[in-house]
Write a protein that binds this ligand. Structure first.
Ligand code: ADP
Ligand code: MG
Length: 575
């Protein structure tokens, strides 16, 4: 990443003192992290990593970068020896992954280190060996241009540290995770990974989404990944994400990189989650890699010895923009996939081809699949029929035929020659939610509604009182533990019985109060599973649903499920 090669020098003590100190080498994966960073900083196009016995016996990294001159070889293993910064001011604009000048020195202190390097202008390579911090003068050897670093017998001279290592399998997994992180952030580089002599991974140079598809091939098919971009003052964001049909049950696959470094910054992970909330049902988490590139002056990595933490000058701005670009994409995606009005009419002239493997239709979010890694991600099959985006909305009501209610939950609808099941509760919820939001003028209640609140609820009500007022709901305290709703947004006034519960449930969420309130209220007021619906009411609900701007329920579930012709034909063994 450093764009030029400079001499290695030991930092002046006053500069060295400004660097966040801490243990850099804890386990083989930390050796690998530091060696990979050095190779990348040296402009390598291709790196090969080999480990033996989880990296405890040996780690070997071969790069084709610009190498280390024979003069610099002996210097580079000294504490605070670096070619990447010179002065304290340089710390403000670090563009390389490394800058502390401590990695090789720390490794040399706890392992047997061997560095062989050849610079492009040199016919000969030189090899430096160091043991327990003591180096021998570099010797000429034959080798390709670039650098090979071998770290043998980690912690052989510090048995107390060696005791803390896990078994080789666990160490090997940690090494792999480190490699994966770098491979995610540097798709233009080639990576090869060998464990105990056998090739375990090979990633040729690729685009960001191709690389992520290669890394997580088990979780998401490549054609389900989307690369979206956005920018703001001094920063750019590239996000590679899977459509909301793919998800995990934990946050592990929301990864954030700043200037190509993976960071553990919860604010950004949360931002991604937040952006997906309207598109994903509860307990599900998106799959997304966020790459933020910002001017080095805007971030400070000199906080944590392993650079996992970062200080930002424009965190709020980046966060806001991140949510915005993801939402924009998801809305457009949803319109093209989950909005019935964009469905092209079925062509029933010819039966579907026998080779069709798709079992699920346009909107089916089908079963979660077990992955080789024991992880579970929901998969969706691609539709056979092309989806035509941006089709102008059809006049609602004109093109559907209501066929009846099944299982007390679904309304069967024929629409443009295709068969759909509409989730009656989810659909009604969204219809009500939109209605509440559309008519927000305050309306005085003839009979105010009293709320009894326990201590916690009392706290939340007091804290949210102003936010309620803003929403059009007048909440006054009569006495400790006794409150009264005096006015509500006009569209909610029919839900009198449900208001106090919805208010209590939404009150703790002051930052998303209106959304919570309308969601709670809609959920309570909507037809329930098992409620019979008169045909007239069902038809009304279908036509209301077809007019919705967003055809998902407020909790993020899709409303329509297609029962495809292919599936029926296949199951009837007509194909
Ligand atoms: P830092 O990366 O913080 O500068 P290191 O101890 O990791 O400190 O490395 C010291 C120096 O050795 C680097 O600044 C760089 O000049 C040189 N170096 C280390 N590894 C390589 C490599 N693979 N290719 C070229 N130069 C390297
Ligand atoms: Mg380094």
């Amino acid at each position: 990443m450093a764009s030029t090669q400079r001499r290695v020098q030991v930092l002046a003590p006053e500069v060295a003192r400004k660097i966040a100190a801490g243990e850099v080498i804890e386990r083989p994966a930390s050796v690998v992290r530091e060696l990979l960073d050095n190779a990348i900083d040296a402009g390598a196009g291709s790196v090969e990593l080999q480990i033996a016995n989880g990296g405890i016996d040996s780690v070997r990294l071969v790069d084709d970068g610009w190498g280390i001159s024979p003069e610099d070889l002996s210097t580079c293993i000294l504490p605070h020896a670096t070619s990447k910064i010179r002065s304290a001011e340089d710390l403000e604009h670090v563009a390389s992954l490394g800058f502390r000048g401590e990695a090789l020195a720390s490794i040399a202190a706890v392992a047997r280190l061997e560095i062989t390097s050849r610079t492009p202008g040199n016919d000969t390579a030189y090899r430096l060996t160091a043991e327990a911090g003591k180096a021998k003068p570099p010797q000429p050897v034959a080798a390709q241009p670039g650098t090979t670093v071998v770290v043998n017998n980690l912690f052989y001279c510090v048995p107390a540290r060696k005791k803390f290592l896990k078994n080789p399998r666990a160490e090997s997994a940690a090494v792999r995770a480190t490699l994966t992180e770098r491979a995610t952030a540097f798709p233009e580089l080639q990576f090869r990974f060998f464990v105990d002599g056998s090739l375990r991974a090979f990633y040729p140079p690729a685009s960001a989404s191709e690389r992520i598809a290669a890394l997580f091939a088990d979780a998401v098919p490549a054609n389900q990944l989307h690369e979206i971009r956005g920018s703001g003052p001094g920063f750019q964001i590239t996000t590679v994400l899977a459509a909301p049909e793919h998800y995990r049950r934990d946050r592990k696959q929301i990864q954030v990189f700043v200037n190509r470094r993976r960071i553990a910054e919860f604010a950004f992970v949360q931002a991604v989650e937040h952006a997906f909330t309207p598109f994903m049902a509860g307990g599900r988490f998106p799959i997304a890699c966020v790459f933020i590139e910002c001017e080095p002056e805007l971030v400070d990595f000199n906080v944590h010895p392993a650079k996992k933490e970062v200080r930002f000058r424009t965190k709020a701005e980046i966060r806001r923009r991140l949510v915005e670009v993801i939402r924009e994409f998801l809305h457009a995606y949803d319109r093209s996939r989950h909005d019935l009005r964009t469905v092209p009419p079925a062509d029933h002239g010819t039966p579907p081809p026998a080779s069709e493997t798709s079992t699920a239709g346009l909107f089916t979010e089908d079963k979660e699949q077990g992955l080789s890694a024991g992880e579970r991600v929901a998969m969706i099959h691609r539709s056979r029929a092309p989806i035509v985006p941006d089709t102008p909305p059809a006049p609602a009501g004109a093109e559907f035929r209501y066929l009846g209610q099944v299982y007390g939950v679904f309304l069967l609808v024929e629409y443009r020659g295709r068969l759909f099941a509409l989730d009656q509760h989810a659909a009604h919820e969204r219809v009500l939610y939109e209605r509440y939001r559309a008519h927000r003028n305050r309306q005085q209640l003839l009979v105010p509604i009293e709320i009894e609140a326990d201590e916690t609820q009392e706290r939340h009500l007091s804290a949210s009182q102003a936010a309620w007022a803003e929403l059009g709901l007048t909440l006054t305290q009569l006495a400790p533990g006794r409150w009264r709703i005096e006015a509500v947004p006009a569209a909610c006034r029919d839900e009198e019985q449900l208001l106090s519960e919805a208010v209590l449930e939404a009150a703790p969420h002051t930052d998303s109060l209106s959304d919570r309130f309308y969601t709670e209220l809609a959920c309570k007021a909507a037809v329930r599973d098992g409620d019979p619906l008169e045909p007239g009411a069902a038809e009304q609900l279908i036509s209301d649903t077809l007019r919705l701007p967003q055809q998902r329920c407020p909790h993020g579930r899709p409303l329509w499920i297609e029962i495809s012709r292919e599936e029926l034909f296949r199951r009837a063994q007509r194909l």
